[in-house]
Ligand binder design. Sequence first.
Ligand code: GDP
Ligand code: MG
Length: 152
Amino acid sequence: MGLTFIAIKPDGVHRGLVGEIIARFEKRGLKLCALKVVVPEKAIAEKHYEEHAGKPFYPGLVDYLCSGPIVAMVWSGKDVVAVTRKMIGATKPAQSEPGTIRGDLALDMGRNVIHGSDSDDSAQREIKLWFKEEEVCSKYVKADRMWVYEVT
Ligand code: GDP
Ligand code: MG
């Protein structure tokens, strides 16, 4: 099973959306492997978003991520990157479908509540950036596994 890195951004924490967002991933059947509340250091936020370095919104994006606590998580499951990106919805909330996290909970691209890795490679990179190896519990077998998956 693959892993992905998900972060509830500071707006999601301040708006009290943590439980709602985690509940969506749990109900989908995904497995929680790591979770921590952290105020990001600027260097880590810059590294996290390095693909956007040089773009006009990059400094504001880094400041936004560092402006308060985030909830950093690792989730596991079948096709987890594609599944969670779909659940998160489009980057621009006006284009996020209702039913997605951004489509239900966000209005502004600069305050779009949540981050999710966009490929297996970025997931590996981001998990390494935010978590120590021993903080990620990906080996346990979730009790509902035989009811979530046809072949376990
Ligand atoms: P994501 O993978 O859907 O989060 O989107 P991107 O990787 O393209 O961008 C990273 C984050 O930068 C987004 O989630 C937004 O918070 C922010 N962002 C992207 N494009 C813009 C923009 O044009 N303006 C502003 N203010 N923020 C942006
Ligand atoms: Mg992205």
